[in-house]
Design a protein around this ligand. Structure first.
Ligand SMILES: [Zn+2]
Length: 338
């Protein structure tokens, strides 16, 4: 146990806490800046099982703040979930880590939550967070919300039935275009490592069973303006459609679109009409005439003049070079099929 000696010396964790961490399963949803730091901190802390979910591939602009990744992984066009799992295995071989290249949706989220003790929010959009909120509250799994843009970040742990959920706090989803994103306002590395570290501290408290120590406020931090604020949350909101009325609107897919514009990427994700896995080899040869085709075990990528298509085995496509869902769907239909 020498590896964890400094953490065990910390009285609120101790040997017993360390054992609990080793028996724990943490789910990290999204392996961007927040998620990749969360994965690393959880692995280094000795969490027994880690499941990492992400739908995207590594981009050069990720390396500015996503500490887990390097240029070699970017050159290989690795999906982030695979690249993160690869690095976690190098960091701590005792961790049972799974990197899954997938888009978290109403149809699959509950499957990924099986046997999970805590969920860390590493997503970059409100839609997925509200879906996570529904699923975690429904299955009584604690989760830790976090988000960053510019030099600003927010963080809040959610203990279902005991503290307000995400829908208690944010009554309705911000309309597209009204909230700033990393696409419009950029983001600096230190805010994402600050927020993800604070999310991980809450996760450690939850995993060792010290629920009393868990933060009961919504934390706002701006590292450029030197602003720190802790907003009291009180009790869950009486008429909350999630934790009080259990309507699970996001889990039922009422708000779930079949295309998504990815944050900061000039890219649209298109979901397949069917759920049968694609034969990547066949797709690769079919795309040969249209552009430069690259293939690895996770994906096929075809760079054409104006667009680049990336196809995953689950049938999803990323269409780079557009922010228009209709154009992306048209390209999907043209090159992959309807
Ligand atoms: Zn609620």
């Amino acid at each position: 146990m020498e590896r964890y000696s400094r953490q065990q010396l910390f009285a609120d964790i101790g040997e017993e806490g360390q054992r609990k961490l080793q028996q724990s399963h943490v789910l990290v949803v999204g392996c961007g800046a927040l998620g990749s730091t969360q994965a690393e901190l959880m692995a280094r802390a000795g969490v027994g099982r880690l499941t990492l979910l992400d739908r995207d591939i590594l981009e050069l602009s990720n390396l500015q703040r996503q500490l887990l990744y390097d240029e070699r992984q970017w050159n290989e066009k690795l999906p982030k979930a695979a690249a993160a799992a690869q690095r976690i295995r190098q960091i701590n071989s005792d961790v049972d880590v799974r990197g899954i290249v997938t888009d978290v949706r109403p149809v699959n989220i509950e499957h990924y939550l099986k046997d999970v003790d805590v969920v860390l929010d590493g997503t970059d959009n409100f839609e997925t967070r509200l879906l996570l909120n529904d699923a975690c509250v429904k299955h009584n799994i604690p989760w830790v919300y976090g988000a960053c843009v510019g030099s600003y970040g927010v963080m809040m742990p959610i203990l279902p039935k005991r503290t307000p959920c995400l829908q208690c706090v944010f009554e309705a989803m911000p309309l597209p275009g009204t909230a700033q994103t990393c696409d419009t306002a950029g983001v600096i590395g230190p805010i994402v490592t600050t927020i993800s570290s604070m999310q991980c501290a809450e996760a450690l408290k939850i995993l060792v069973g010290d629920h009393e120590a868990v933060r009961r406020t919504l934390l706002h931090i701006d590292l450029w303006d030197n602003h720190f604020a802790s907003i009291k949350l009180g009790a869950p909101r009486e008429n909350c459609p999630a934790c009080q009325q259990q309507r699970w609107e996001y889990l039922q897919g009422k708000h779930h679109p079949t295309t998504a514009v990815l944050c900061g990427r000039n890219t649209v994700q298109v979901l397949p009409p069917q759920t049968e896995p694609l034969d990547l080899a066949t797709i690769a040869s079919r795309l040969e005439p249209y552009g430069t085709v690259q293939r690895n075990e996770h994906l096929v990528r075809c760079a054409m003049t104006e667009h680049t298509l990336t196809l995953f085995a689950d049938g999803r496509a990323l269409v780079e070079g557009t922010q228009d869902p209709t154009e992306a769907r048209t390209l999907y239909a043209r090159y992959i099929g309807t």
